[in-house]
Design a protein around this ligand. Structure first.
Ligand code: NAD
Length: 431
């Protein structure tokens, strides 16, 4: 049945979700406290980058299925997709979730469903949302239904994954979960797995913690491999031929507002037990400094004075425009702390607070002592090494993501270095 849905928070998750519900016949009102974003969306302009979003937004607005404003409206369903960051002291800041919940209270009616999509520490629905929702006067779970439906999509493939991913739906009562599953069924082709709200909260945080711990392991292995002269990328590829092994990829650090953030929720919740989780966070947070040191070591070994590094990629992952918690930013800062001049480029980032940022162009490589790849944007594989070499001071490239065609750069006369590799190992050939 078609519903009226009020989506609170129109960022990377909320806007695609609002648009998706609208595209599938629901009447959606999107709300954000960011006036600029609201005005842009109303003018069919995007304040975030996501494949397919523009077309879907146009269709939703043209069909009259999506309105956007700064205050909530009465609706059958409220979906909350606001930030859930950590503070500088690594504790969860749940103020956005609390205030977004408080903002819908005047509009909630008997029989409504409230869904939290934000990733939150276990018990947030119980301890932060429900106290606000009690102010409606409705009995929670029977008169007002509440659930947590954490989002699992990957930026860049959000629409594909909104449809195909399985969803975990945690209701404060079984009825709350069932109502939520029925709503998402309007576009979700994956399975819906119903549970209670606190379990759903832990599941989501557990998923990102699993990835963080495994990336930390890969980073540790990369450092060991580098010391003993093994190419870790080749070693990982070979290890992963084992049917029950899936070693993750090392890199210059872990970014974004998920993997770099959510494990801290568990550290805060139970610092005594979350030992490995805490160590993994520290290992991954140490990678930008390690990458900067590795870069300056390579430059020093080449006897280069007053180096200028051309950093390629500021986004926290390839082919997206999101710089939140990006390790690339920390690498740039760490290099500058080493008194290394840095010019950073990212074809996906439109505005940022890093000085000297320009678009990718041959000019950007002018007089660079080395290229340092920190994000695996597809554009970097289209670069022409021979052209770039002509304008650089030293033909050196350091690939922290194992994303370039090594042979191509070597053939153009570049010295190619990679994170987790201290030698020029030829690509493993499967016979
Ligand atoms: N981006 C992802 O890939 C991703 C994936 C899975 C889960 N999540 C989780 O989803 C949640 C949202 O993430 P995001 O990336 O969409 O964040 P975002 O910062 O892109 O968007 C959040 C939006 O909420 C708005 N907002 C803040 N307080 C508000 C309020 N009281 N009322 C209305 N709007 C308000 C902000 O202005 C912002 O536009 C987070 O908990 C995040 O961890 C994100």
């Amino acid at each position: 049945m078609k519903k009226s849905i009020c989506v609170v928070g129109l960022g990377y998750i909320g806007l695609p979700t609002a648009v998706m519900f609208a595209n599938y016949g629901h009447k959606v009102h999107g709300v954000d406290v960011n006036e600029k974003a609201v005005n842009m969306i109303n003018n069919k302009q995007l304040h975030i980058e996501e494949e397919g979003l523009q077309e879907r937004l146009n269709a939703a607005i043209d069909a009259g299925a999506l309105t956007v404003g700064m205050t909530p409206k009465q609706a059958d369903v409220f979906v909350i997709a606001v930030p859930s960051p950590i503070r500088n002291d690594k504790t969860a800041n749940l103020e956005y979730v609390r205030s977004a919940t408080a903002s819908i209270v005047p509009y909630v009616e008997k029989g409504n469903l409230v869904i939290l999509e934000s990733t939150v520490p276990p018990r947030t629905v119980e301890d932060v949302m429900l106290p606000e929702l009690r102010k409606t006067g409705f009995e929670l779970g029977t008169e007002l239904f509440v659930s947590h439906s954490p989002e699992r999509v990957i930026p860049g493939r959000v629409f594909e994954e909104l449809i195909s991913n399985d969803r975990i739906i945690g209701g404060i009562t079984p009825e709350s979960a069932t109502m939520t599953s029925e709503l998402y069924r309007s576009f979700v082709k994956g399975q819906m797995h119903e549970t209670d709200a606190t379990t759903a909260e832990l599941v989501k945080v557990m998923e990102n913690t699993y990835r963080d711990v495994n990336i930390a392991l890969a980073n540790e292995l990369a450092k060991i491999a580098q010391k003993i002269g093994v190419n870790v990328w080749e070693a990982i590829a070979l290890a992963n031929y084992h049917p029950r092994v899936n070693v993750h990829s090392p890199g210059p650090g872990v970014g974004g507002h998920c993997i770099a953030v959510d494990p801290w929720f568990l550290v805060e919740l139970d610092p005594k037990e979350a030992q490995m989780i805490h160590l993994a966070r520290q290992t991954n947070d140490g990678m930008p400094a390690y990458t900067a040191q590795m870069t300056t070591d390579i430059i020093a070994a080449k006897g280069i004075d007053n180096p200028k590094i051309a950093v390629l990629g500021l986004a926290f992952k390839g082919n997206i425009d999101d710089m939140r918690e990006s390790p690339a930013v920390d690498v740039v800062q760490a290099l500058r702390n080493h008194d290394v001049a840095v010019q950073a480029f990212d074809p996906h980032i439109k505005t940022n607070n890093i000085e000297e940022q320009t678009q990718v162009s041959e000019e950007a490589f002018q007089d660079a002592s080395a290229l340092l790849i920190l994000t695996n944007h597809e554009e970097f594989n289209l670069l022409n090494p021979a052209d770039i070499k002509k304008v650089m001071k030293n033909p050196i490239i350091i690939d922290t993501k194992n994303c370039i065609d090594r042979m191509k750069w070597e053939q153009a006369g570049f010295d190619v270095y990679a994170l987790g590799d201290s030698k020029n190992v030829k690509e493993h050939i499967t016979k």
